[in-house]
Structure formats: structure tokens, C-alpha cells
Design a protein around this ligand. Structure first.
Ligand code: ADE
Length: 244
């Protein structure tokens, strides 16, 4: 996959994209990553990229001509998703990340100031994504969140051992608890089933823990999750035990 980012703050990407899994993905040729400074397309000596909004109201708006030029300089094919990071976009979920992980190329546009001129949106942007219902000072951190969530789903990035299929949200549920050595820590023991060597029992325990955690913390997710008869019976049991 190739990801191009358009930003006014290129340095914000260097640390994150040069560490850990994102770096490994680049090292292994699974990800090509390039940052472009929108200011290089200002087209004036002062490198001015924004202006005050028509109709007043304060704040500054990223200019349509500058942003459109910057995007057109990077985009080679019309079908490439050009995604504006914005609190007005569709919300990033596991499903959206999985959809984007299938793309060969993504162009991410980081807005700043009060917003971008609507005509740049109309002419050069074809998707808009938010990372949650809150407002950041700019799209850079949101773009980094999206990149991480998408790139870890590219086959090979987490290695053969990657357990993405068991991630929280991958099957609509939260993940249950994990343990590693030692088997006892400050009087707390690892659940016996995990050291039993009985794989079917381990799977059943993990499924039940995932259901329990989701029911306790995010019951809204259970409405959309795909549940078996056994899952439903277990949830009824939990509810009975809680006196619901
Ligand atoms: N830019 C500012 N706030 C944002 C958000 N919540 N998601 C994506 N981009 C943003």
C-alpha cells in the first residue's frame, strides 16, 4: 500500500512512522509512506495557505486553490480515495479500517484552522473520516490513528503470529483478558483453563470472557454482533446472575 499525507505540519509524522510496526511495514516493503507539505503549493512568496471566512465569524479557512493544487500534484488516478480527516466525516471503526486496508493507495488530507473551503471538498476530496465525536486542533493525529488502524490489517504487517482476527471489534465484541508468565502474581492466579492444554476449552473460555466484557462495558455492541445460540444462552445466564 502507498499512503500519501498532505499536511501543514510534516514533522508530526516522522516519529510515529519511524517506530515499531509502522516502521517494520515500511522496512518490509508492505507500506510506502510519503508526506507532502501543503505550503509548497501556496503559489505566493509569503507561502500563505489560509484566509478569513466569507460572511465573517472568525477563524481561518484553508484556501480552495492551494488545497486542490496540492491534491492534484499527488493524485495519479481518479479512483484513489482522497480522504479528508475531519470531525464531520464518517466515524472510523474496525469495519472502515478493514475496508481501507484493501486499497492500494490512500491520500489523507489533514485540515487545520477552522476548516477547508467547501469547493476543495467538492472538487478534490471523495471521502471524509472522523476518529470520534470530539474536535482536535488538526487532522494530523487523526491521520496517524487511521494509518495505524489500517496498516496493521495489511497481511504480513503483524507477522504470521498476528491475531488480528481476535482483536477487540474484529468480530463485533471486545477482547477478553490475557495472561503471561508467571502463573501467580501477588496472589492472583492465571485461570486454570489457560494452562490445561485443552484448546477447545480455551476457545470456549475466551469467547465467554469476550461476551462478558462486552456485556459489562459496551452492551451496545451486542446488538450488532453475530451471536450463536450458545452465546445467547451464556448472556442470558450472565443477566440472570446479575438479577437483570
Ligand atoms: N480533525 C479535527 N477533529 C477531528 C476528528 N475528530 N477526526 C478527524 N479529524 C479531525
Amino acid at each position: 500500500m502507498k499512503i500519501d499525507v498532505l499536511t501543514l505540519f510534516p514533522d508530526m509524522f516522522s516519529a510515529v512512522m519511524s517506530e515499531s510496526m509502522m516502521w517494520k511495514a515500511r522496512e518490509h516493503g508492505l507500506l510506502e509512506f510519503e508526506v507532502h507539505d501543503i505550503r509548497d503549493h501556496a503559489g505566493n512568496k509569503q507561502r500563505k495557505v489560509d484566509d478569513s471566512p466569507y460572511g465573517g465569524g472568525g477563524g481561518m479557512i484553508l484556501k480552495a486553490d492551494v488545497l486542490t493544487r496540492a491534491i492534484e500534484a499527488v493524485r495519479q488516478h481518479d479512483e484513489t480515495p482522497v480522504i479528508l480527516m475531519s470531525p464531520q466525516g464518517r466515524v472510523l471503526t474496525h469495519r472502515v479500517a478493514a475496508e481501507l486496508s484493501q486499497c492500494e493507495r490512500l491520500i489523507l488530507v489533514c485540515g487545520h484552522y477552522e476548516g477547508v473551503d467547501e469547493r476543495a471538498r467538492q472538487l478534490a476530496i471523495n471521502d471524509e473520516i472522523s476518529i470520534g465525536d470530539y474536535v482536535l486542533t488538526g487532522g494530523e493525529l487523526a491521520a496517524l490513528v487511521l494509518i495505524d488502524a489500517v496498516v496493521r490489517l495489511i497481511p504480513g504487517v503483524l507477522g504470521a503470529e498476528g491475531a488480528q482476527h481476535r482483536d477487540s471489534h474484529a468480530d463485533g465484541l471486545l477482547e477478553g483478558p490475557h495472561y503471561t508468565r508467571p502463573s501467580e502474581f501477588r496472589g492472583l492466579r492465571v485461570p486454570a483453563v489457560l494452562t490445561s492444554g485443552h484448546h477447545a476449552e480455551v476457545d470456549r473460555w475466551r469467547r465467554r470472557q469476550a461476551l462478558k466484557r462486552t456485556w459489562e462495558r459496551r452492551p451496545d455492541l451486542l446488538e450488532k454482533a453475530v451471536l450463536s445460540e450458545e452465546d445467547r444462552a451464556y448472556l442470558s445466564q450472565l443477566k440472570d446472575e446479575a438479577g437483570d
